[in-house]
Each structure stands twice: as C-alpha cells, then as structure tokens.
Design a protein around this ligand. Structure first.
Ligand code: UDP
Length: 456
C-alpha cells in the first residue's frame, strides 16, 4: 500500500511521564505497521532509549533536543510554567529538526507523512502548517476530559464562573460529572495554557488514547463540538502489547514482582499516585496506619523525593505499624506498573486516577479506590465510580479510620467483590474492542484519513 517510498512519521512528546509513555507506545505501533519513526524528545525527563526494543532498527530513531530550559524550570513541579516555557522555546529547535528531517527523507527516498505531537505542545500546530506538513495531535487524557474544557469555556463566555466551582450540582450536558469534578483552572496562566491546547487544529485530526466501549458517547460529542476528526486508538499500551518499551524515568524495581508471587490471588492492594501527585509526610503516616489497620496486603510505591529519609520515617512509626508493613507490605520507589496490575496477586488499586493508570487498571480488570488529586483525575474518578462502576468514591479524608474503611470496602466487602466482577467484564469488552481495531489495520485507517481530508 505504501509503494516503494517509505513514510516517516515524526513524533513529538512533552517531557512528562504520563504523556511520553503513550507517545512511545503509539510510535511502537506505527513502526510495526511499516512506518519509519523519529521521536524528537526533550533531552531531560526522557526515558532511556536503550530500553527501546526498536533502537537498533534503522528506521526508528530518537532525537534528543535541548529546548534551552533552565535547571530551575526542569526541577520545578510547576507544570503550567514548564509547558508555557516549553512552547515558547521549542519552536526554533523543532522547526530545525523538521526541516532537517524533510531533507534527509528526500535523500533516503522517504517522505515525512505526518507530524504527531502531544496537545500540550500546541506551538507545533503553526510550525507544521508553515512547513506544509500534515499533522495529528495525540490526546493522552480521556475523551470526556477534553469535552469538559469546552463546557468550561462556554460557561465562562456566558458570564458564569464555573472554573472554581466546587458545587455538587450535575453539569447538565456532562452528567454524571458534577461541577466539582471539572478540572480546576487555579490561575489565569493555567487557563491560558488550556485555551491554547484546545485551539490547535491538526490537519488530519486527533488520536485519543481511548476505546469506543469506554467512551463512545463522549467521542461522538467531540466530533460535534470541535468539528474535527477524533480517532479512538487505545488503550495504546494494549495495542502495542509486548513490544511496548519501558519508558519509565525512574528505574523499575522488579523485586516487588517476586514478592507478589508469594501472595494469595487477588489479595494485594497496589498503592500508587503516578509520577506527580504525592502525599505529605503526615498523610503518609495516616496511610501507613490505615493500611496496617485494614489487615490487607499491600504493595506501595513511594517515589524518590516524596520524603527526605524513608528509613528514618519508617523507624518513627509505632511498632505495630512497622510489623504490619514487614509482614504484609512491600514498599518500592517505582514499580513495573503494567506487570503489577497484570499479576494475579493484585486485587485492587488505590490510585490518583491518572488516565494511563486508569486504562492500565481497566485493561487488567482491577477495581480502583479513587483518590483524584488534580487536573483530569477528578473526571476519570467519576467515570470509574459512576459510569463504569468499578471504582470506589470515598471521602478522600486522609485519616487512618477513613482509609481503613475504604481499603476494606474495596478488598473485602461485597461491594468490592461486585466491582471486581464488573472490572473483569469490562476487561473482556476492551479486549474484544482491541481485536477489532487491530483487524481494521491501523495503517489503512491512517492513510484513509489523509484521503478523506483531501476529498473534503
Ligand atoms: N508508573 C509506573 N510505576 C510506578 C508508578 C507509575 O510505571 O511505580 C507509570 C504508570 O504505569 C503510568 C504512568 O506511570 O503509565 C503514570 O501515568 P498516569 O497518567 O497514570 O499519571 P501521571 O503520572 O501522569 O499523573
């Protein structure tokens, strides 16, 4: 179908774990469908390319770019600030890379078929247009979350101020979401960044890391609201399957898989807040107490930097709690989450409900104790608890008794068992949906949307 000329795709992820991972999964999938791939990524906050199984393949290359961001920016946790600066500084290096890629492609009898960039790097929209390159945006949050932006901006235009609204009222066009579930834009800067990402108009459309059986209605409404093509191609980690590279910024600690092997089926609660959200020391102590009092087994990720000295903190806990951690717990700095969730020992996930974690849990049939922290996580939590009904909505009160109660609801009570069954059913539905996508042949659909666009 692609003739003698190879088609190269240039993929541009931002330097955040939850965005880089799905972009690399998409790269893997498209490479396996015959495309040559260039991944142009920031030289900081990137995964180790040597983990990538395709590294030695001549048609797959990584290009680290220096965006000229200062160390202060990189180490700050201010994602809005990093995103704004990244967009400001990336235009010139990305333009250079693309011009260079076009020249190289000519020499190698290739063609740059498309630039695929993450919606957070909205500046690439105009760069691609200027160079007359077809473009696609990858959205790494749920389709429903993308719809909430539209609803929020519409309200703002009509004079309401819903953006800090913490009310429990249902949002009419987004039920069962409540105003309090919508992503909060705490500052004018954040609002500006979101407005810019919503405004991008990639020439070929948007790939959403989702699947019809989870978000059919939202996907349908996205077409109507934004007047663009949205292609649900996900969960990407499942389509990429075994070829999926490890893209972790932190080294994964596989000792927890050995530990899991010795635990009874579905007995372990996996506790992780992803790559950004965290608990303060006082909250960590309540978590330790709550987990110990629940009498359940647990695998707990405490990321480097969460606490200054973890051994000292563990020593400061009362003896009963320490004994419970030693007997029933395993603490690691970073887990191979995909394998953990797929392990038969795991029966529940206490999660911040990042979209990757949500998809990874759903595709393994693991129900979730939802503790959203910010951004799209509240939307995902509401979908888990009120649409798919595989997630426990709890008070989020970080006190040991509340935590113990929520853990027992998920791991022991009939409510949790019912959710586990529903989650397994959903896992099957997702599997069937994936096999349909694969049969459709992604390569074909990809060129199909180029053809459609031309005919419009
Ligand atoms: N993750 C992991 N090991 C951990 C914790 C998280 O591999 O110990 C991965 C997880 O599998 C997911 C990503 O980090 O792919 C987190 O993305 P998500 O969208 O869930 O949350 P974010 O970090 O963006 O808030």
């Amino acid at each position: 179908m692609m003739g003698t000329q190879r088609h190269r795709l240039v993929l541009i992820p931002p330097p955040f774990q939850g965005h880089l991972t799905p972009m690399l999964q998409l790269a893997t999938i498209l490479h396996s469908r015959g495309f040559s791939i260039t991944v142009a990524h920031a030289h900081f906050n990137s995964s180790d390319p040597s983990n990538h199984p395709n590294l030695n393949h001549p048609n797959f290359c990584f290009l680290p770019l220096s965006y000229g961001l200062s160390d202060t920016h990189v180490s700050s946790k201010n994602i809005v600030d990093i995103t704004a600066t990244l967009n400001e500084k990336c235009v010139s290096p990305i333009t250079e890379v693309l011009v260079d890629q076009i020249e190289k492609a000519n020499i190698n009898h290739e063609k740059i078929a498309c630039v695929i960039y993450d919606g957070l790097i909205y500046s690439i929209d105009s760069v691609a247009r200027e160079l007359k390159l077809p473009s696609i945006v990858l959205r790494t949050t749920s389709a429903t979350n993308f719809l909430t932006y539209h609803a929020s901006f519409q309200r703002q235009t009509s004079g309401c101020h819903p953006l800090q609204d913490s009310s429990l009222d249902l949002v009419p066009e987004l039920e069962p979401l409540r105003f309090k579930d919508l992503p909060m834009f705490n500052s004018g800067d954040m609002l500006k960044e979101i407005a810019k990402t919503v405004a991008v108009r990639p020439s070929l459309g948007v790939i959403c890391n989702t699947v019809d059986c989870l978000e059919e209605e939202s996907l349908h409404r996205l077409h109507q609201v934004y007047k663009m093509s949205f292609f649900p191609i996900g969960p990407l980690h499942m389509i990429a399957g075994e070829d999926s590279p490890s893209s972790s910024f932190v080294e994964e600690d596989y000792s927890c898989i050995d530990w899991l092997k010795n635990q009874p089926r579905k007995s372990v609660l996996y506790v992780s807040l992803g790559s950004i959200a965290s608990w303060e020391e006082k909250e960590l102590t309540e978590v330790a107490w709550g987990l110990a009092n629940s009498k359940q087994r647990f695998l707990w990720v405490i990321r480097p930097g969460t606490i200054s000295d973890i051994s000292e903190w563990l020593q400061s806990l009362p003896k009963d709690v320490r004994v419970a951690i030693e007997e029933r717990g395993c603490i690691v700095k970073w887990a191979p989450q995909g394998e953990v969730l797929a392990h038969q020992g795991v029966g529940g996930f206490w999660s911040h409900c990042g979209w990757n974690s949500t998809l990874e849990s759903l595709s393994e049939g693991v129900p979730i104790m939802c503790q959203p922290h910010f951004g799209d996580q509240r939307v995902n939590a509401r979908l888990l608890s009120h649409v798919w009904k595989v997630g426990i909505e709890w008070s989020n009160v970080m006190e040991r008794d509340e935590i113990e109660g929520a853990v027992r609801r998920l791991m022991v009570n009939p409510e949790g068992k019912e959710m586990r069954q529903k989650a397994l059913k959903l896992k099957n539905e997702i599997k069937i949906a994936i096999s349909n996508i694969t049969n459709l042949d992604l390569t074909f659909s990809f060129f199909h949307f180029q053809k459609e666009k031309k005919n419009q």
